[in-house]
Design a protein around this ligand. Structure first.
Ligand SMILES: Cc1cc2nc3c(=O)[nH]c(=O)nc-3n(C[C@H](O)[C@H](O)[C@H](O)COP(=O)(O)OP(=O)(O)OC[C@H]3O[C@@H](n4cnc5c(N)ncnc54)[C@H](O)[C@@H]3O)c2cc1C
Length: 445
């Protein structure tokens, strides 16, 4: 079978890996000049660094299995993370459960309530029972008080903006499950994973294995159209960097592009198209600063303060060695925004003018002169908004066009999107598509 894949991110390359293992000819077209999609890198201080901060949790089994399968498992290393939370004008250490007991931003009894609430959610086994309620409802009605007002409400609003009260409870449930899995006991710090050499180690090896089996990966080659004849996908129309049109026939096609881009490349029935367009995506705006010294001693800083115009500070070199980046301290300033938001449209300099005055809140000595390099990235489909009862609204992987399949982050549920789940989904899609192909042959025989 000849397989066409649109997108060389985690989902597309994981699917390509398994198709090529099954002896199928696979061709991957990628619009960007690089592979890796949202987990791709740029050079910082001489080493690759993700455009948006990336790490793994200990229960991210699918990526660990995939790394094993392609022979790079030994590059995955685990590091203790240090977590802080900025609220009420101060940074609080919130690395361990014990830190929560000392979390002076809220009264003592509220801290106990906050911890017990997380334990309670962590013990829930069946996420389906939570489906018709929002995370905000649970946090407001079942937790409430200062724990809601000072911690969860600002974090939810910071992450999801005006959509904060529409997020289904399974999203919160899955976050708690993941974070519990990565912690070791009440004193334990969270352990986070990062491959030696960055996520490039996984993506580069994937490409190498796929190509060694006769597969092709073409970057800078956006797909413009899926060729459909009599309701069946027959091939792809793509364009090379030099403007040349490529038309290639395929037996089956997998698209991994975001839902809002998919209808631009293929005619779809209204009900399926509506499912796709009903999913709203937030964009991410990520500024990376190369600093001559650290801003804080935390890896991950939650910001529960609506007056600060970004959502989080991730100080990469407080978890990973700064020597990898030529001795530079690497700091991400991150934000999730609607694509219509003014901040999404700002230039790098405008963003710096907006963000930098707030950094003295985390370290009063911070000075612009510490900055030795700046990188700016905007990702348009960073975070799908997953509302209540989403299991009934999720777009099917098998599209109404025969032999055309879709696998993107809006189809990851109940977990929040992440590389682990895109790798898992890509592999599941390869299996589904190969099984469908076999079934259609057995019908003919
Ligand atoms: C700021 C940020 C931080 C994150 N942090 C983490 C983290 O810590 N840990 C973690 O596991 N995950 C993290 N994620 C999520 C993770 O990166 C994504 O869930 C995952 O990489 C998505 O993979 P994908 O293949 O499903 O989609 P994508 O990576 O979006 O891949 C889709 C690909 O399709 C390509 N494409 C689009 N249109 C076309 C076209 N017309 N023709 C050809 N190609 C096309 C795109 O260029 C892209 O490469 C983060 C994401 C963001 C934005």
């Amino acid at each position: 079978m000849k397989v066409g894949i649109i997108g060389a991110g985690a989902a597309g390359l994981a699917a390509a890996l398994d198709f090529s293992a099954g002896g199928h000819k696979v061709v991957v077209y990628e619009a960007a000049p690089f592979i890796g999609g949202q987990a791709s890198t740029i050079p910082v201080g001489g080493a690759p660094l993700e455009r948006g901060y990336h790490h793994l949790f200990t229960n991210d089994q699918a990526i660990l299995d995939l790394m094993d399968d392609i022979g790079v498992a030994e590059t995955m290393k685990w590091y203790p993370s240090r977590v802080g939370t900025y609220t009420s004008g101060k940074v609080y250490k919130t690395t361990t459960a014990l830190d929560l007991l000392r979390f002076g931003a809220i009264p003592f009894l509220e801290r106990i309530k906050l911890g017990l609430f997380a334990l309670k959610v962590g013990r829930i086994k069946e996420w389906r029972d939570l489906e018709n309620e929002t995370a905000d409802f649970w946090l407001r009605e079942r937790l409430g008080g200062a724990a809601y007002d000072k911690v969860w409400a600002p974090l939810l609003k910071g992450k999801f903006g005006s959509f904060y009260d529409r997020i289904g409870m399974p999203w919160f449930w899955s976050k708690i499950q993941t974070r519990f899995a990565s912690r070791q006991g009440i004193r334990g710090r969270e352990m986070l994973g990062y491959p030696d050499g960055s996520f490039d180690t996984v993506f580069d090896k994937l490409q190498e294995v796929i190509e060694s089996r006769g597969g092709e990966v073409h970057v800078s080659t956006p797909v413009e159209k899926v060729d459909v004849v009599d309701g069946v996908a027959r091939g792809l129309v793509a364009r090379t960097e030099s403007g040349e049109e490529i038309r290639e026939e395929f037996d089956t096609v997998l698209s991994t592009v975001p839902s809002f881009l998919f209808p631009d490349m293929v005619e779809l029935p209204d009900d399926y198209k509506k499912r796709l367009l009903d999913v709203h995506y937030l964009a991410a705006v990520v500024v990376i600063l190369e600093l001559e010294r650290p801003l804080t001693n935390y890896y991950w800083m939650n910001i529960a303060d609506p007056d600060i115009p970004f959502l989080g500070l991730i100080e990469h070199t407080n978890m990973l060695p700064k020597e990898w980046y030529g001795g530079k301290h690497v700091l991400y300033l991150t934000n999730y925004l609607d694509r219509s938001d003014d901040v999404y449209k700002m230039s790098q300099d405008e963003l710096l003018d907006l963000y930098l005055p707030h950094l003295t809140k985390f370290n009063p000595e911070f000075d612009r002169s510490w900055i030795q390099g700046v990188h700016y990235n905007a990702l348009s489909a960073a975070q799908p908004i997953i509302p209540t009862n989403y299991s009934k609204a999720i777009p099917d992987h098998r599209t109404p066009v025969k032999n055309l399949y879709l696998a993107n982050t809006s189809q990851i549920y109940p977990e929040d999107r992440g590389t682990n789940y895109s790798f898992r989904m890509g592999r599941e899609l390869a299996e589904m598509m190969m099984n469908d192909e076999q079934r259609s042959w057995s019908v003919w025989q």
